[in-house]
Design a protein around this ligand. Structure first.
Ligand code: NAD
Length: 491
């Protein structure tokens, strides 16, 4: 174990926590059973909050409140312009509380300065859509050839159940709440049990912004309890989930069995394909960042570095050098680059994968826990093949594996030889290679030598294969929260 990072206890004692009850029908309420669960600071391992533990009865109350809001209730009566105003107001309040929200999310997750900028961007982007969702008119004769007045309405899908993971709960929550509300749906959100606080903070600001009762409901709790009850609730019209592929499969099966709409954003094992003709020195920092940021707890992390053999030494040495420089420590210290893993469970999981890596591949750098309090792990690099466990399974820790290739065809085969298909990066100076690879890699996202910092609210986000179903963000996010209805009049 290397030396423990220094912790700043002073800042922790100043952080204002949000309400810790359930938000149902515009009111904070304890769970029906009165139970609470503990939320742990992953850096100090101290309890930071005791949050109401929602179960089926609470979920049913929340869904009933959400139903009432859309089935002729106050929320359903608002125009798109008024929904936009409320979403913009919520974004403004988050901007006002930017520092306080940053402190809460940073404390909850243990990663450096997790600010609400991405969530604010999503609220504003979808606020912009709220008054621009329209239908279309179709020139269609009836069976006797007479003209009709036929049009297609785009209507809110109804009650949206949102379930989010701990790695970026505020951002992923906003990606679900914002399009649903913009489209006129109501929402019941179940934040992750490991990091529920930023979502509860958002709930408090939603009340202050003036959202009608029942438009936004929050039921914290455990996945198999609150989460499963929400997915199964007959009052829910659509389920949107971000989390692991294993849980996504269960949720998808339950939701589809009940013929509910479903969007699933799941895991990944994304390739970074490095051709020897790339400007390698320039891209080394990005290659490393792709799998150490947020301590690798990123679904789109580029954890498989597929490298043309001629560039192996340069890439391995460069990325290892970069990883050794990463400052791991207290997320509240301004120079920290990565903090702690979310939980002991995640530490055990990542350590287990590192042990498998040591047995099946060659360790280049890292591989150790840091300190014995908090769940810190060194950024770690292995050289291996595409068949070792650490190259096949999602680790969700700061661990990358380099796999050599000899030809373009082999590179594409290796990139696609995974059950997942979320993200990818291609590094090359040959524009033809870049476009061919972008077309042939089966993933929801391909970045070439950098590209726009995605995910961005302006473009669709989502995976292929075991990385999920459906798309979030952009107008695709609105489409996913609406249904089309055809209306035809005799003229
Ligand atoms: P998880 O699947 O264990 O939990 C995610 C959420 O689902 C939590 O709120 C949890 O309480 C809930 N849940 C768990 N079991 C449930 C059940 N049976 N029914 C209903 N809800 C249930 O995932 P996690 O460990 O919190 O998050 C890490 C995973 O999320 C990683 O695998 C990662 O790849 C994935 N992820 C994907 C994306 C994406 O957009 N594709 C983004 C972030 C994280």
């Amino acid at each position: 174990m290397t030396t423990a990072p220094e912790i700043d206890p002073d800042i922790r004692s100043t952080i204002q926590l949000p309400p810790t009850d359930l938000l149902i029908g515009g009111e904070w309420q304890p769970a029906a059973t009165g139970e609470r669960f503990e939320v742990i600071d992953p850096v100090t391992e101290q309890v930071i909050a005791r949050v109401a533990r929602g179960r089926q009865a609470d979920v049913e109350r929340a869904v009933a409140a959400a139903r009432a809001a859309v089935d002729g209730g106050a929320w359903s009566k608002l125009s798109g312009v008024d929904r936009a105003k409320l979403l913009f107001r919520l974004a403004d309040l988050m901007e006002r509380d930017f520092r306080a929200m940053t402190l809460v999310e940073t404390l909850d997750i243990g990663q450096p300065l997790k600010n609400p900028a991405a969530a604010i961007a999503a609220l504003r982007y979808f606020a912009g859509w709220a008054d621009k969702i329209d239908g279309r008119h179709v020139m269609l004769p009836d069976s006797n050839g007479r003209p009709t007045h036929t049009y297609v309405r785009r209507e809110p899908i109804g009650v949206v159940a949102a379930i989010t993971p701990w790695n970026s709960p505020l951002m992923t929550g906003a990606w679900k709440i914002a399009p649903a509300l913009a489209a006129g749906c109501s929402v019941v959100i179940k934040p992750p049990e490991d990091a529920p606080l930023s979502t509860l903070y958002l709930g408090a600001l939603a009340l202050e912004a003036g959202f009608p009762a029942g438009a936004i409901n929050i039921v914290p709790g455990y996945g198999p309890e609150a989460g499963a009850a929400l997915v199964a609730s007959p009052g829910v019209d659509k389920v949107t989930f971000t989390g692991s592929t294993a849980v996504g499969r269960q949720i998808g099966a339950t939701a589809s069995g009940a013929l509910k709409a479903v969007t699933l954003e799941l895991g990944g094992k994304s390739p970074q394909v490095v051709f020897a003709d790339a400007d390698i020195e320039r891209h080394i920092p990005m290659m490393a960042r792709q799998f150490y940021l947020n301590s690798g707890q990123v679904c789109a992390a580029g954890t498989r570095l597929l490298v043309e053999r001629a560039a192996m030494d340069q890439v391995v040495e460069g990325v290892a050098r970069q990883l050794r420089r990463v400052r791991v420590g207290d997320p509240f210290k301004p120079d920290t680059q990565i903090g702690s893993l979310i939980s002991r469970k995640q530490l055990d999981r990542v350590s287990g994968y590192i042990d498998q890596g040591r047995a099946q591949a060659e360790l280049v750098t890292g591989g150790n826990r840091i300190g014995d309090t908090g769940f810190f792990v060194e950024p770690t690099l292995f050289i291996g093949t595409n068949d070792v466990v650490i190259a096949k399974e999602e680790i969700f820790g700061p661990v990358g594996v380099v796999v050599p290739f000899d030809t373009y065809d082999e590179a594409i085969r290796l990139a696609n030889e995974t059950p997942y298909g979320l993200a990818s990066v291609v590094y090359t100076s040959d524009i033809g290679t870049a476009h061919r690879a972008a077309a042939q890699i089966r993933a929801g996202m391909v970045r070439v030598n950098g590209g726009a910092s995605v995910p961005s609210v302006h473009v669709p986000f989502g995976g292929m294969k075991a990385s999920g179903i459906g798309r979030e963000l952009s107008f695709s996010g609105i489409e996913a929260c609406t249904v089309e209805k055809t209306v035809s009049f005799e003229l």
